[in-house]
Structures are given as C-alpha cells and as structure tokens.
Design a protein around this ligand. Structure first.
Ligand code: KPL
Length: 294
C-alpha cells in the first residue's frame, strides 16, 4: 500500500496512475470518512473515475508520498507520522527549497527522499483532475537512511507508468527547478499573466538580469554548479517560452486566494542570502509583492 498525504492535483495524479487498490490518501484531521472520488482525465484516452480510500488506523503503508503544498508540509506530517512506522520511506514532492530541510531537521532518523517532477496536473473544477502535461520525475535521497531505498522507491513510482528516474543529486535537481520557478512564478503572479507574456513586460525586463545576478551568487555560495547570470536568464526564458500559455502554480494560487509557495522560492533565496551575507534586493522585492497579493 502506498499512502499519499495531500489530495491536491499532484496527489490525485499519482493516486490515479498507480495501480488501483494499492493507494490510499492519508486523512487530515477532521477529514470526511468517505473515500475520495474524482474523475481523472489522462493525457491520452477517455477520462475515468477514481476512488481512493483513506488510510485506516493501524494500516501501515510501505511508502508515503507527501504532495502537500510546501507551507503545509510540517503540520501535515506532524499529524500523520505518529501512526506511520518509522521505517516507512517518505518521499517529499514539494516545490522550491526549505520545506525539505525543515522535514530533515525535524525527523532526521526517518528514511527521507525528495522528488522533483515536471508532470503537469490541475483541477479545473472540484471533482476533476487533469493530467495536463507529460513530464518526468526524479527521486533521490535527502538523508543517509533514505539512500539505500532510492532504486526501490523509483521502481514503485514507475508502476504508475509515469516516467521516473532515480537521482543521485536530488538537491541539484531541486535547485534547477527552483531557479526556473524563481525567474517565472513571481512575475506571473504579480503581472497576472501566463508564463510566456512576462517576456514582453517592462517590469520583467527591468528586473530579470539583476535577479539572475543574485541567483548566480547564491548558487555559488550554496555549492551548486556555477552559472553566469546570462545562462540562467536563457534557461528561465526557454521554459517561459515552452510553457507560454500556462498559468504558473503561483499565479493559480494567487488567483484562487490560496497561500502561495513564495516563501520556498524567492523567499528561500532571500533567507539563503542573509545566511551567506549576499544582498538579494530583487528576490526580496518579488517576495514582498507576492505576499501582498494574498
Ligand atoms: O513549474 C512551474 C510552475 O508553474 O510552478 C513552471 C515551470 C513555471 C510552469 O508553469
């Protein structure tokens, strides 16, 4: 049994694609006892209905996938972990950085892994989950206890028929995604436009180069492979063009009045800058502007 904590778009994508009967959602306090039912629209073929039971007390999963928003992860795990065996591998799917470190510091003895995914899923209406874009998922260890489990966990996830790869350097993968999200998401939320449109906007054109200079310094300070600001800008803009019509996850959260993940994207970079004595005024400005949207 694979347990999934977080029944949002990503949790529902995995629940719908992993073998039926082997998945359960972990109930949050006060959650309805009825199974979660929704329609799932795959990339190809007809939509179908999915029914996912809730994990029962005393039922111990072989694997726990955590697909909560970054800001909800600590609280959700705090509620869920007392009834989950301490040997169960935990895979963290959160965007950005910072929440993985919080979990590693809080539960250092548990086998912890992280996943970075480019799969696209959304919920255009409450009872419908759409697999909106084919991607890939990389999974790797966050701590030494998780290390021997990487291949097995990657195989279990690959039973979904989604593309899954074991990753030796999961932190590097998370950083690569963070850079892209730091250069796209806040701009789309502040400017309230799809990803591709930021490229034409004076606000983006004014700040993207100084932002990339800050990120380039931070990558070096964090021990990540060095990239020039120009190379960072190119990779950000390649993704903005490739996903031109997409609404970023941050813009979607802001439009729906949900908390955004800004504290784990540009906000994380501000905290890292403070730690290393690197000035991050552009990350700070973007973080504040997004915080003011809520
Ligand atoms: O990952 C994304 C997100 O929306 O969070 C991007 C790459 C910006 C695609 O929309």
């Amino acid at each position: 049994m694979i347990a999934i904590l977080g029944a949002g778009s990503m949790g529902r994508l995995w629940a719908a694609t992993l073998p039926a009967g082997q998945v359960a959602f972990v109930p949050r306090p006060g959650q309805a006892p009825d199974p979660a039912c929704y329609r799932f629209h795959p990339l190809e073929g007809e939509s179908f209905s999915v029914t996912v039971p809730w994990l029962q007390r005393g039922q111990s999963p072989e694997l726990l996938l955590v697909t909560t928003k970054a800001g909800d992860t600590l609280v959700a795990l705090n509620d869920a972990l007392p009834s989950i065996a301490s040997s169960t591998p935990i895979v963290l799917f959160q965007n950005g950085l910072g929440s993985q470190q919080q979990v590693s510091e809080t539960w250092p003895q548990r086998p912890l892994l992280a996943a970075s995914t480019t799969e696209g899923a959304n919920r255009p209406e409450p009872g419908l989950t759409v697999h909106a874009g084919r991607g890939a998922t990389w999974v790797g260890a966050l701590n030494p206890t998780g290390q021997p489990l990487v291949d097995r966990v990657a195989q279990q996830l690959a039973e979904s028929r989604l593309e899954v790869h074991p990753e030796q350097d999961i932190l590097g993968r998370l950083w690569q995604k963070l850079v892209i999200n730091a250069g796209i998401n806040a701009f789309t939320a502040v400017l309230d436009c799809p990803n591709g449109e930021i490229l034409e906007q004076p606000f983006y054109q004014q700040w993207i180069s100084p932002l990339c200079r800050e990120i380039s310094h931070l990558l070096a300070a964090a021990g990540q492979p060095e990239h020039t600001p120009e190379a960072l800008r190119e990779s950000i803009e390649a993704v903005a063009r490739r996903t031109a019509a997409n609404t970023s996850s941050m813009r979607a959260d802001a439009l729906a009045g949900r908390p955004t993940e800004i504290d784990f994207i540009n906000g994380y970079l501000v905290r890292l800058g403070q730690h290393h004595g690197i000035a991050t005024p552009v990350n700070q400005m973007l973080t504040e502007q997004v915080q003011q949207l809520n």
